[in-house]
Design a protein around this ligand. Structure first.
Ligand code: AMP
Length: 421
C-alpha cells in the first residue's frame, strides 16, 4: 500500500486534501465567498481557538458539541482553551469585542474555516472539517431569514448539489413559547421513557428537544405522538415564521416544513433549517443554520438578534451530482528544455511569463524530451514551449499547441506577449 514505508499518518478523523481536489475546494470556497459578497457579506477570520467558556456559554453546556466533542486543553495560568467547534459564537464574540454592532446593522460577515469536533469518524464525519458560512447580526426581520436561506440554497445549487431544505421554527425562550412547550414535551417523554432507546432516556432531563435528533428507530417510533413545537409557538414567533415561509415562496425557494427539526446547538431561536442531500448515507446534512436572537446577550452583549448558516464543504464535494470536473490547470505553458543552457533559459522564460500573469512550469528532473512532453500533457498546459540547442542558437522557441498539435517558431523576445494574448 502506498505510504507503508512512512512512519507518520494524519491523526484519526483528519484528511489531507490533495490535488486535484484541493484546487476544486479552493474554487468552491472562492465562489462561495464571492456569492456571499454579492449580498454584502464580508469575510471575517477569528482565531482557531477561543476561551472554552465562550462555547459553554454560547453553544450551551447541555449540547453534545460542548459536552462531548470539544478539543480542550489547559493553557497554563488557569486558562482553558478550545479549538473552535463551530463558527457562530466566535463571530458574535468578535463583533461584540470590536463594537461592530455600533455601525450599520445588520453586520454581515462570511467565513471559510476549519472546525474541530471529537466525533466518531465515519463517511462524511471528521474530527477536522471545513465550513463556509455567513452570519447576519443585528436584525430580527423575517426578510433577513429569507435572504440567508436563499443565499445558501442558491450557492448549493451552483455547487452542483440539489439538496432538500427542511424548515422549522423553534420559538423563543419564554413561558408563552418554547419554555411552555418544553414542559409539555418533558412530561410526554417522561410518560413514554420506557419506550425510548436507553441512550435517549438520559436526554429527557438534560436536553429534551434533542430526543428528536435520535437516529434510534425505537425512539423515532415512540416520538410519533409527541407534541410539536409549531403547535405551541407564541403569536409573535408564529407570525415571524409565517412571514419567513411567505418570503421564501416569493423567492422560489422550495422547502419542507419539518416540525421535528431541532438544531444541535442551544443558541437557536425561531427559524431553524437544514439542507439534506442524497447519496451521503447517514451523514446527509450538507449544511444548516438558524436564528440566534439570544446569543449576544448570553455572551454579555446587548440584545442583538442574528441569523446564519454553515455549510460543510467536505460533504458538498461528496454530494455533487456530477463527478467533479477537473478544475482548469493553473499552468498554461510547460517549458521543455534539453541541456543545462536551455534549462537556464527555460527558468528565465517561465519567470517572465509568470510575471506577465501566465501560469508556467518546467522540468526539474532533467528528463528526456519524451518524458518532458508527457509531463507537459499531464500538467494540463495548453502550450509546450520547446527549447533545444537549435532553438537556443536562433533565440527562438518551438511553441506547440497541445490541443491541435500545431507548432510554430516564436522569438524569445515575443514569447510572453504571444502567450499572454
Ligand atoms: P452543524 O452546525 O453542526 O449542523 O454543522 C453544519 C454543517 O457542517 C453540517 O451540515 C455538515 O455538513 C458539516 N459538519 C458538521 N460536523 C461535521 C463533521 N464532523 N464532519 C464533516 N462535516 C461536518
Amino acid at each position: 500500500m502506498a505510504g507503508d514505508s512512512v512512519g507518520f499518518r494524519a491523526p484519526r478523523g483528519t484528511t489531507d486534501v490533495l490535488p486535484p481536489e484541493s484546487s476544486l475546494r479552493d474554487a468552491l470556497v472562492r465562489s462561495a465567498l464571492d456569492s456571499f459578497g454579492r449580498a454584502g457579506y464580508e469575510p471575517v477570520e477569528t482565531p482557531a481557538f477561543e476561551h472554552t467558556e465562550l462555547f459553554q456559554r454560547g453553544v450551551g453546556e447541555a449540547s453534545e458539541v460542548v459536552s462531548k466533542q470539544m478539543y480542550t486543553w489547559a493553557d497554563g495560568g488557569g486558562r482553558s482553551l478550545t479549538l473552535r467547534p463551530e463558527g457562530t459564537a466566535p463571530v458574535v464574540r468578535a463583533v461584540l469585542e470590536h463594537g461592530l454592532e455600533r455601525g450599520p446593522l445588520p453586520v454581515k460577515l462570511s467565513y471559510a474555516e476549519s472546525m474541530w469536533r471529537r466525533e466518531r469518524p465515519q463517511k462524511g464525519r471528521y474530527r477536522q472539517f471545513f465550513q463556509v458560512g455567513i452570519e447576519a447580526i443585528g436584525s430580527g426581520r423575517p426578510e433577513l431569514d429569507a435572504e440567508v436561506i436563499e443565499i445558501g440554497t442558491r450557492f448549493l445549487a451552483a455547487a452542483g448539489v440539489a439538496p432538500g431544505l427542511s424548515l422549522n421554527s423553534i420559538g423563543h425562550d419564554s413561558e408563552s413559547c418554547r419554555r411552555g412547550y418544553l414542559a409539555l414535551l418533558k412530561k410526554f417523554l417522561e410518560e413514554i421513557a420506557g419506550s425510548l432507546a436507553p441512550d435517549d432516556r438520559a436526554r429527557v432531563a438534560t436536553n429534551p428537544l434533542r430526543t428528536f435528533d435520535s437516529k434510534e428507530p425505537q425512539t423515532s417510533a415512540a416520538l410519533a405522538a409527541a407534541p410539536l413545537i409549531t403547535d405551541h409557538l407564541c403569536d409573535d414567533c408564529r407570525a415571524h415564521f409565517v412571514s419567513v415561509q411567505r418570503l421564501l415562496t416569493d423567492l422560489s425557494v422550495d422547502f419542507t416544513l419539518e416540525p421535528r427539526l431541532v438544531r444541535g446547538l442551544d443558541y437557536y431561536t425561531r427559524t431553524a433549517f437544514e439542507w439534506f442531500a442524497g447519496g451521503l448515507g447517514s451523514q446527509n446534512a450538507v449544511g444548516g443554520g438558524g436564528r440566534y436572537d439570544g446569543l449576544s446577550e448570553a455572551l454579555g452583549g446587548p440584545s442583538l438578534p442574528g441569523i446564519g448558516f454553515a455549510l460543510g464543504l467536505d460533504r458538498i464535494i461528496m454530494a455533487r451530482a456530477e463527478p467533479a470536473e477537473e478544475p482548469p490547470g493553473r499552468v498554461a505553458v510547460y517549458l521543455v528544455a534539453l541541456g543545462d543552457d536551455a534549462r537556464r533559459e527555460a527558468l528565465m522564460l517561465a519567470t517572465a511569463l509568470r510575471v506577465a500573469g501566465v501560469g508556467a512550469d518546467l522540468d526539474f528532473a532533467a528528463r528526456s524530451m519524451k518524458g518532458q512532453m508527457k509531463d507537459a500533457a499531464r500538467s494540463g498546459a495548453r502550450w509546450a514551449v520547446i527549447l533545444g540547442s537549435e532553438e537556443l542558437r536562433a533565440r527562438e522557441a518551438t511553441v506547440r499547441d497541445l490541443r491541435s498539435g500545431e507548432q510554430q517558431r516564436v522569438p524569445f523576445a515575443e514569447l510572453t506577449a504571444r502567450l499572454a494574448a
